[in-house]
Design a protein around this ligand. Structure first.
Ligand code: HEC
Length: 206
């Protein structure tokens, strides 16, 4: 390697670093959720997300997800924890759904199992997705509760608003690992305070 080559490489490195530094420092990149990524950036982020989920969920064992028990147990939890972002039959828009970027997928309009396998779906719900707004639900919910929700979202496609309302209203929203604040009991805690369907007055959500 000649001295000239080393010198040129060094100058090139300093030049690229300076441009990158200026790009960041001057705030050229727009972090607004209203500003969409370039198609190439979206594709790259999707590959990173899909490979990460696939690798990390590979060793999970999927329990039996059939039977109506899981769906019935999960419905009130889905209604309280997920519908405000992922919508539901009869809940066709929300401020969170419209304001988020990337926009949350709508499970009743597309079959979740055609996009992601059950163990991958479980992993996402348990661990959340960085920089998207998708929270990690495993902090307050047991694995069993999360499998219930996997079964539920896989059955949402083509569910009518009436069926959804009935299921969501039939149970109590609860967390196995404690409530919404420190010091709440670990089991038997339930509340209807932030449900979408059971609220008689939906305020300014139209
Ligand atoms: C604050 C909004 C928000 C809430 C609440 C929320 N999510 Fe999400 N979720 C998102 C966003 C945004 C994405 C999209 C991420 C992306 O496109 O990469 C997402 C992605 C997902 C995915 C991955 C979809 C796929 O296969 O690509 C699943 C599964 C999911 N959410 C399930 C749930 C469940 C179940 C709940 C409730 C327990 C929930 N989410 C609550 C915002 C939310």
């Amino acid at each position: 390697m000649s001295i000239k080559f080393i010198k040129l490489s060094f100058i090139g490195f300093v030049a690229i670093s300076s441009v990158a530094g200026l790009f960041i420092w001057l705030g050229v990149f727009n972090v607004a959720a209203t500003e969409k990524h370039w198609d190439a950036t979206t594709s790259l982020l999707e590959v990173i997300r899909d490979r990460s989920i696939s690798t990390r969920s590979r060793k999970l064992t999927v329990p039996d997800l059939t039977g109506s028990g899981r769906v019935a147990r999960a419905a009130p939890n889905y209604d309280a924890m997920c519908a405000q972002c992922h919508l539901a039959p009869g809940v066709e828009k929300s401020e969170l759904y419209e304001g988020l970027y990337p926009q949350p997928p709508v499970f009743y309009k597309r079959n979740q199992l055609s996009t992601r396998k059950p163990h991958e779906t479980f992993w996402v719900i348990k661990n959340g997705l960085k920089l998207t707004g998708m929270p990690a639900w495993g902090i307050y919910n047991s694995d069993e509760q999360i499998w219930d929700i996997v079964a539920f979202i896989s059955s949402l496609e083509n569910m009518t608003p009436e069926q959804y309302q009935k299921l969501a209203a039939a149970g109590e929203h609860e967390h196995a690992k404690g409530g919404h604040g420190k010091g709440e009991p670990a089991a038997g805690n339930s509340d209807k305070s932030h449900r979408l369907t059971s609220e008689p007055d939906k305020g300014h959500h139209k």
